[in-house]
Design a protein. Structure first.
Length: 457
């Protein structure tokens, strides 16, 4: 504490000596430092490593303690007499190998148009049930891992457990948030043609071509016209989107394009403990569950949108257009080929028959859960022109259904408020349809009572 106070006094003196700053700003900064010191004084278990700013750096950065042995995120036990807030930090007496698995925090690099909103809801539900600390930008949909000081702080005496927002992968910063020694790093990618079709429609490529060439243009013609507007290798949110999100453009790989691609894939292979495949979603979640030591009910998901594609998009693409897309998706194509084959090797290592049975068990449970959450005879309008099934009466009792169906942007805002206030009884929304207070309290009280996300009866 004395060292921290010294740092604060030094900062105050630096501000006072800077003639360019108004004297009132220095006083405000000094008062803030004193208040901050008082907060630290009353939270003696928090460890801050103060890093002196480098020349031309505007602010100093800090790193929270990464000692998860003191407060393991996924082995936390709750004190029912303390209104959901008190947490026992004692580690259970379990086999050391299993314990080591369950110490894993989760770093999920969210890629665009790969089913990641569905996955984020799964991670959010798991984190809220287990009272994990999320590394996220307060109230925002994206994360800037370069701005560590801008992250939502963890709860007192806690460390970050989960990161799963959109953001370009930057290992040097991500490692400071969730060290690889205590975290499982994962992401998800999608087959190049399917990925392009989804991104092309979502980001307005088809809509723009219709405006330019008229409504009589076919979907395939629209794609080809759009592809003609780009030359060379494009890395963005429509072409080579996964490589964009995984940071391809941010590395100075040398050599030819092929050599850069190979170096990039090798780099991602070293960073990621598991690369999931959108086209193999159930298999991917089961493999993730096994690597994290979670339960089958921890990875239950709901298909949030029942999209109705216009008739013009239902016709299969010609081989010529498919090959053209694959040529333009040159980085993502090789990225997908490599990690799709590696995923097969993960299954081989686990045992194909045993893994297939586990996936079948999960699919059976997930389908029963979906059928209980939804009344599939009724649909309601969703966001962006989609439709979704209406909730069943069961969903009013099991708010895990509502949680998994809520847009991740709304959940991010609610989780921000909860993590800032540490108050699970606070009213979080004026939305009459979704009362976050009730939803969050219910999923946590179920967890405290030992109830799974989904019960058959």
């Amino acid at each position: 504490r004395i060292q921290i106070l010294f740092e604060m006094v030094t900062l105050k003196q630096t501000l006072l000596n800077n003639s360019k700053l108004p004297w009132i700003l220095s006083i405000i900064a000094f008062v803030y430092c004193i208040v901050y010191f008082v907060q630290i004084y009353h939270n003696t278990d928090i460890v801050f490593n103060i890093v002196h700013p480098k020349p031309k750096t505007k602010v100093a950065s800090f790193q929270t303690s990464t000692s998860i042995e003191r407060n393991p995120p996924h082995e936390a036990s709750f004190n029912k007499q303390d209104n959901l807030l008190s947490i026992s930090t004692a580690l259970p007496d379990v086999d050391s190998a299993v314990q080591q698995i369950k110490k894993k925090n989760l770093m999920f690099i969210k890629t665009h148009k790969c089913g990641t909103s569905t996955l984020v809801n799964v991670f959010y539900l798991y984190g809220v049930r287990h009272r994990s600390n999320f590394a996220l930008q307060p109230y925002k949909h994206n994360i800037n891992s370069n701005d560590i000081r801008g992250l939502l702080p963890p709860r007192p005496n806690g460390t970050y457990n989960i990161q799963c927002q959109h953001g370009v992968f930057n290992p040097s910063s991500e490692h400071k948030i969730l060290p690889k020694a205590t975290s499982l790093y994962t992401t998800i990618i999608r087959s190049p043609v399917s990925h392009f079709k989804s991104a092309f429609s979502f980001w307005g490529g088809d809509r723009n071509m219709i405006k330019k060439y008229g409504e009589n243009i076919t979907y395939e013609e629209s794609m080809n016209k759009w592809l003609e507007t780009y030359s060379g290798v494009s890395v963005g949110l429509t072409l080579n989107s996964a490589s964009h999100d995984l940071g391809f453009a941010h590395y100075s790989f040398t050599g030819s394009l092929q050599q850069k691609i190979e170096a990039f894939i090798e780099h991602i292979d070293k960073e990621m403990d598991l690369v999931m495949i959108t086209d193999r979603m159930d298999e991917s979640l089961v493999m993730l569950k096994e690597k994290l030591g979670w339960n089958l009910t921890d990875i239950l998901y709901l298909k949030r949108m029942v999209a109705r594609k216009p008739e013009r998009k239902l016709k299969p693409l010609s081989n010529t257009t498919i090959n053209r897309i694959m040529d333009r998706q040159i980085i993502d194509r090789q990225l997908f080929d490599y990690f799709n084959k590696k995923f097969d090797r993960h299954i081989d290592d686990y045992g194909r028959e045993r893994f297939a049975k586990l996936v079948k068990d999960f699919q059976d449970v997930r389908l029963r859960f979906e059928n209980k959450c939804f009344d599939k005879n009724r649909t309601i309008r969703g966001v962006m022109g989609t439709e979704t099934w209406a909730f069943s009466d069961y969903a009013s009792k099991n708010l895990g259904c509502v949680f998994l169906q809520t847009r991740d942007i709304q959940l991010t805002k609610a989780i921000t408020q909860l993590q800032l206030t540490n108050d699970y009884t606070k009213e979080l929304s004026n939305n009459k349809d979704i009362v976050f207070k009730d939803m969050f309290q219910k999923v946590q009280s179920d967890f405290m009572a030992g109830l799974p996300v989904f019960e058959e009866n």
